[in-house]
Design a protein around this ligand. Structure first.
Ligand code: 5GP
Length: 211
């Protein structure tokens, strides 16, 4: 895209049932595109092996989470699988203000709250697994969660999937590379929307003046 025209940053939301490959997809998009960064959520859940505080999540206790929420520091928040999750407001506002895009890995409850707060800036993408068998396989091979946690996530998947009509785009994640290409195409198209290119009229005026 041309750097001659400024644009408003957009909020790209990815939601899916747990295990549909959303985290891998988010990482490959971030690696391929320097104009988008990740929103790091706060959560009360325990860190999984290998997760880094401040990078994957900000891991906090229930009291600290409640205080952030009460002070209005969370743009959205939800309870998912018995833990609290929320999006810190300040980094999102800073990033958008700089004309950069921001990627959210949040559930349908958080997406609905962002829809109420910032509908114009929101691009909502739902990721589906190709099959139930594949979903279970991915949850098991992640090998970070106990059998009980995997079973709970499988039984929640149907509820989560029922929210797909609330999203603008749907990607069936059969092949990681193909899904990444599809997601980048969505991002490119959304960036090109006329309403997001904020000083387009000045640019076009200057262009016409020289014709
Ligand atoms: P996990 O515990 O597997 O990292 O995430 C569980 C679920 O919580 C996922 O569906 C993820 O998208 C969602 N989630 C993670 N961070 C947030 C957040 O800040 N807000 C909301 N509403 N959901 C979140």
């Amino acid at each position: 895209m041309s750097d001659a025209i400024h644009r408003r940053g957009l909020m790209l939301v990815l939601s899916s049932p747990s295990g549909a490959g959303k985290t891998t997809l988010a990482r490959s998009l971030l690696a391929a595109d320097s104009h988008i960064s990740m929103s790091v959520s706060v959560t009360t859940r325990q860190a999984r092996p290998g997760e880094i505080d401040g990078q994957d999540y900000h891991f906090v206790d229930t009291q600290a989470f409640g205080e952030m929420r009460n002070r209005g520091e969370l743009l959205e928040h939800a309870k998912v699988f018995d833990n609290y999750y929320g999006t810190p407001r300040a980094p999102v506002e800073d990033t958008l203000g700089q004309g950069h895009d921001i990627l959210f890995d949040i559930d349908w409850q958080g997406t609905q709250q962002l829809q109420e707060a910032a509908a114009d800036d929101l691009v909502k993408v739902f990721i589906l697994p190709p099959s139930a068998a594949e979903l279970e396989k991915r949850l098991n091979t992640r090998a970070q969660d106990s059998a009980e946690v995997v079973a709970a996530r499988m039984s929640k998947a149907s509820d989560e999937i029922s929210h797909y009509p609330e999203y603008d785009y749907v990607i069936v994640n059969e092949d990681a590379e193909q899904a990444r290409v599809q997601l980048q195409a969505i991002l490119m198209a959304e960036r090109s929307k006329r309403a997001r290119q904020t000083d387009l009229s000045d640019f076009v005026k200057a262009l016409r003046d020289t014709l």
